[in-house]
Design a binder for this molecule. Structure first.
Ligand code: CND
Ligand code: ZN
Length: 404
């Protein structure tokens, strides 16, 4: 291609400092160095995590180009890149997979050591490829998708099927996979005290399948789930719970405007904590006969993380923290919540091994195993990114997809 090896000038949404609007700027994107890939971004979703950085709740270096839920086409590759080539459709991965660290080598792990959890905002070699008005502009999450062109490390990009519609599968880069994986991979109860005792499961599926389900970390069929937060990620948790065969899925949100969509994707009922004077865990316990096996916090608040923990069964319940916690904040809770046997866990990117699993999730989407249209409520041209964030703040959007 004509641009390979050259600096590309293009448009990007730069955030010069926290709590300011995006500024659409002309930036320079340097060519990819060895083991790096330059991507022409064609679609990107807006996720609440991006907003956490705007609000300063999550740390980042500034100025920064955010965005981590994108899809595009490889424009050029640096020396030594073997897994993608120019013209390939790809999804950049905020959770990389280097295939060498302990987490990558462990079949149960996915938190690759190369992830940028501390907001350094640089590629693996310690520098950024972006400049604007003579200044270095930092990366976000190793992806930076709010730009016409980005550069990522080879370990942070997955080649996907050529037939994939990028304006939909971009959601597989974060929101959908995060929620869906939290339910079908991470949400399993601790294997010794969970489902084997359930004779119904064994009767229905036989011991072999029951054992497989237990070991494959799925939400178990017939179980009751509670999902706190009905944004794009929470709705994806519901879709995963439904696919795993949960029989009751209770959505919890302060915004009742989210209930209709939650029911459409699989919630069996929805409640707002505002309608009750009792603590929400007591409400859920009464509703279910004290039988929530799995709860998910998909908001990113400390109080709701503890509420979700208290809501799952005191002995065999599992609660999964999916919402991104605010940086440098401490949780306080009654340790009795854990002493009685509950399992409390979290997951980043739904527990998926990103480079291995993202192409498979895209293939499952093309095979219509799940529907992403339900999550996409708005589409806007990239330059209207600020409007996309306003839709998130007003609670009107689930996912806005920006196209280039
Ligand atoms: P979004 O903001 O769209 O949804 C959150 C929902 O929570 C909204 O519908 C709110 O109305 C609701 N809500 C807010 N406060 C409360 C409350 N006190 N009680 C009940 N409901 C409330 O966010 P999203 O779906 O894009 O993301 C959800 C979280 O997931 C967020 O914290 C984001 O940063 C995080 C996340 C995590 C990961 C990961 O890898 N674990 C990846 N992406 C996003
Ligand atoms: Zn996200």
């Amino acid at each position: 291609m004509g641009t390979a090896g050259k600096v590309i000038k293009c448009k990007a949404a730069v955030l010069w400092e926290p709590n300011t609007p995006f500024s659409i700027e002309e930036i320079e994107v340097a060519p990819p160095k060895a083991k790096e890939v330059r991507i022409k971004i064609l679609a990107t979703g807006i996720c609440r995590t991006d907003d956490h950085v705007i609000k300063g709740v999550m740390v980042s270096n500034f100025p920064v180009i955010m965005g981590h839920e994108g899809a595009g086409v490889v424009e050029s590759i640096g020396d030594g890149v073997t897994t993608v080539k120019p013209g390939d459709k790809v999804i950049p991965l905020f959770l990389p997979q280097c295939r060498e660290c302990n987490a990558c080598l462990n079949p149960d792990g996915n938190l690759c050591i190369k992830i940028d959890l501390t907001g350094r905002g640089v590629l693996d070699d310690g520098t950024s490829r972006f400049t604007c008005k003579g200044k270095t502009v930092y990366n976000f999450a190793g992806t930076s998708t709010f730009t016409e062109y980005t550069v990522v490390d080879e370990f942070a990009v997955a080649k996907i099927d050529d037939a994939a519609p990028l304006e939909k599968v971009c959601l597989i880069g974060c929101g959908f996979s995060t929620g869906y994986g939290a339910a079908i991979k991470t949400g399993k109860t601790n294997s010794l005290n969970s489902s084997p005792p359930c004779p119904d499961l064994v009767r229905q599926h036989g011991w072999k399948r029951t054992w497989q389900m237990i070991n494959s970390r799925e939400v178990t069929p017939g179980s009751t789930c509670a999902v706190f937060g009905l944004g794009g990620v929470g709705l994806s948790v519901i879709m995963g719970c439904k696919l795993a065969g949960a029989s009751r899925i209770i959505g919890i949100d302060l915004n009742k405007g989210k209930f209709e969509k939650a029911m459409a994707v699989g919630a069996t009922e929805c409640i707002s904590p505002k309608d009750f004077t009792k603590p929400i865990n007591e409400v859920l316990s009464e509703m279910t006969g004290n039988n929530v096996s799995f709860s998910f916090e998909v908001i990113g608040r400390l109080d709701t993380m503890v509420d979700a923990l208290a809501s799952c069964h005191m002995n065999y319940g599992t609660s999964v923290v999916v919402g991104a916690p605010p940086s440098a904040k401490m949780l306080t809770c009654n340790p009795m919540l854990l002493f009685t046997g509950r399992t409390w866990k979290g997951c980043i990117f739904g527990g998926w091994k990103s480079r291995d699993d993202v192409p498979k999730i895209v293939t499952d989407f093309l095979a219509r195993k799940f529907d992403l249209d339900q999550l996409i409520t708005h589409s806007l041209p990239f330059t209207k990114i600020q409007e996309g964030f306003e839709l998130l703040y007003s609670g009107q959007s689930i996912r806005t997809v920006l196209t280039f």
